[in-house]
Design a binder for this molecule. Structure first.
Ligand code: MLT
Length: 393
């Protein structure tokens, strides 16, 4: 059978970050430029309010669990949620002023040393089960909130995460709000196709047969950059700056003036644009609808909604901008802040806690199932020799 030509590579594709170049299959999710993210063919907006465990099962098994399967899956996650004291002790020795994402990298690496089974399938499940426990411990130890809190066997995956966080001063109503937000946040961030930088990196590291923990550390290093996961932290800072600039009254006119001034000063506008999407990111739409429900009066949230209606029109005036629409980061940090997680330095960690679910499942496919179970070969693309380096100018 003749190979079907999917794509013709020309010199114009070199040094463009492999943009649009097909390299394999993704069996968990798809990002359509016009329709946005789908998990196993289901639009993300339809999944946003589901049990996170149900959606993890969907990504793993490509179908929803029945009631009994879901009950057993929740039990299995809980049974694996405990974390050895050695991991917590190693966290306690870290410099407090190290960025939380560096703590997260350390925590996954330490988990791998203590809990790793050198089996992609077992390790994926363990890592997914333990990541909430270890993330909560990072907050508690680094912020000085106290000792890590044990998972409660009566609680679900994210309910337990919020319980283990034990945010000081959060009352019952606040806990309810934060739990609702974190359930949605987790589901929205699980996966985003096969080619986003962290998923691609994780699979590339695993292609050398590094174990699941090492591969996820690699993936999370990619997520740590401001062009990828750290954009949610940067975006809240941007929204706060906008609120400060515009003052109490958040009118479209005032925001438009401020945005135009920023652009004229060559300052960045965060929360807009995407490598693949050519419409408003459906995850941004979900976050904004949730914000209307849980923090409509929050100043930052009012700014987010105003930016959302003003900025695309302004960016569209520049024909070079192909993606002027809100992305997932526009509202996520603002909602976390409004629900009691007010330090933006942790937002990329929360993104990573969720995203490693999809990446681990993608690695499982590439290692254990692809090519009739043989797995994919080591990643080894070709670079053209260029002695002068002039192409890099
Ligand atoms: C996202 O969630 O939007 C990403 O991981 C970025 C991407 O898809 O390239």
């Amino acid at each position: 059978m003749a190979d079907k030509a999917l794509f013709e590579i020309t010199e114009d594709h070199l040094e463009t970050g492999l943009r649009g170049v097909p390299v394999g299959y993704c069996t968990t999710s798809k990002v359509d430029p016009e329709l946005g993210l789908h998990y196993i063919g289901r639009p993300i907006a339809e999944l946003a309010e589901k049990d996170p465990e149900e959606v993890i099962f969907l990504l793993l098994d490509k179908r929803f669990p029945d009631e009994e399967e879901l009950r057993r899956f929740k039990k299995e996650l809980l049974a694996n949620a405990g974390v050895e004291k050695a991991v917590f002790d190693s966290l306690k020795a870290l410099p407090r002023d190290g960025h939380p994402m560096k703590w997260f990298l350390h925590a996954i690496n330490a988990l791998g040393m203590v809990e790793g089974a050198d089996d992609y399938s077992k390790d994926a499940l363990r890592l997914i089960a333990k990541v909430t426990t270890v993330t909560a411990a990072i907050f508690r130890i680094r912020e000085g909130w106290g000792e890590p809190i044990e998972p409660d066997p009566e609680l679900g995956y994210i309910e337990n995460f919020v319980h283990m966080l034990g945010v000081p001063g959060l009352d019952e109503e606040g806990t309810k709000k934060l739990t609702h937000l974190m359930r949605v946040f987790d589901v929205l961030h699980f996966d985003h196709g096969g080619g986003n930088l962290s998923a691609f990196t994780g699979k590339a590291v695993a292609s050398g047969l590094a174990d699941m923990y090492e591969s996820i550390v690699g993936a999370m290093c990619s997520l740590a950059g401001p062009r990828h996961g750290k954009a949610n932290q940067e975006c809240l800072k941007f929204v706060e700056e906008c609120v400060e600039k515009v003052g109490g009254e958040v009118s479209e006119e005032a925001v438009e003036k401020m945005v135009r001034e920023r652009l004229a000063n060559k300052e960045l506008i965060f929360g807009f644009g995407h490598a693949v999407l050519r419409v408003e990111d459906p995850r941004a739409t979900v976050f904004c609808a949730l914000g209307d429900e849980i923090c409509a009066d929050d100043q930052n949230f009012k700014m987010v909604q105003t930016l959302r209606s003003v900025v695309p029109g302004i960016l569209k005036e520049n024909p070079k901008i192909s993606s002027p629409y809100p992305n997932v980061d526009l509202g996520s940090g603002t909602l976390l802040h409004a629900c009691g997680l007010d330090n933006p330095d942790y937002y990329t960690v929360l993104f990573g806690m969720s995203r490693l679910v999809g990446i681990a499942i993608q690695i499982l496919y590439e290692r254990n199932l692809a090519r009739g179970g043989k797995g994919l070969p080591i990643i080894r693309p070709k670079y053209l020799f260029n002695e002068t380096g002039s192409a890099a100018q």
